[in-house]
Design a binder for this molecule. Sequence first.
Ligand code: GLC
Length: 429
Amino acid sequence: MTLSLEDARAMKGDTSWFTHDRFGMFIHWGLYALGARHEWLKHNEEIPDDVYQKYFKHFDPDLYDPDVWAAAAEGAGMKYFVITTKHHEGFCLWDTALTDYKAPNTPAGRDLLRPMVDAFRAHNLRTGLYHSLIDWHHPDFVVDPSIGPLRNTTNKDELNAGRDQARYAAYLHAQVRELLTQYGKIDVMWFDFSYPPHKGHDDWQSDELLRIVRELQPHIILDDRLDIPYGWDIKTPEQFQPRGWVQVDGKPVVWEACQTFSGSWGYHRDESSWKSHEQLIQMLIDTVSKGGNLLLNVGPTGRGEFDVRALDRLHAMGAWMRRHNRSIYGCTAAPADYPTPQDCRLTYNAEKKRLYVHVFAWPFVHLHLDGLAGKVEYAQLLNDASEVKMVELPAWQATHETQNADTLVLELPVQKPDAVVPVIELFLK
Ligand code: GLC
């Protein structure tokens, strides 16, 4: 019995693991890795199909070992991954029966998705599939003036004469069916992206796509980019840090920020704006302090490897997470009645009644937490479990401070602890 659209619209994915695990790996990998200058290079440089074919012909990721990728993600403390099955260029990583524009037909010579899903599952990461709604290669994808390598052509009417967007939508739906029936349990479905008025829900037939997804994998977490106001489970800001918990109609929602190490999702050899270890760790903390998830992207090379700049940052995040992950996993924003101290972020584990103070700028001697006096049983530095004393200010100091009666004062070591971002764990009474 097929699922009705009405029922599909009412269904919600299982986000319980998602809001616990908090941290995932995005992977953007396709022919654009060979161009090595952004996954939008076909659009940016208006490259025609016949010229872009050189990347198809030379796509030979001979060093590809998804177990190495999965180990790097697990080592960084990531708990799920989302892979681009097909990006806007239209090239498919898996052995789809619906086009020849796929990895098995390149020198790679095989389905690249299956070993990846197997490896990440073996490393205890959940599976997410990114799938581009946009397709700059498919013969039925109607050329529009906004996006794509042909957007500036003067003969669009001639180009579009033989194109049938409904036929493309059928192809899109059929490929999603392949992905949601041939690769086991999928935890996240990440469609990207609508750009009305040029391409939106009618061009994807989004209602039917929603129905298919919900029918095939009812538990799946679905993102918000199908250009329909219903059916989504997560909001997906990207390339900026929201100021607070993301809301819809004034209500906080489940949200995931996707971000890059540098300025590109796909491998970019010459792009230099790579974030520091501290920026990346603070980004993760800041996101969780606002009730969100961080999906952090890696763009593997055309040889099939994570480049040294990405590995360096993954290792640094893993080193911090090894000692501090309990201030991330199972945590969310702190209760509003605990104001955030200057230069800090708070995360909160309600189940364990633990409050975590992430100190972005190490203060001299004291840290003041309003609203917490008398409410904390014990305090320690998370990196080495060394006690942090809760003190009363000596009178001669108190006279210089504007103290509230409910302010908790912590006495800190003068030197910053050995952690990129030190964390103080407060055991609440
Ligand atoms: C933007 C980019 C796209 C990338 C996506 C990730 O839509 O254009 O290339 O895949 O962000 O969220």
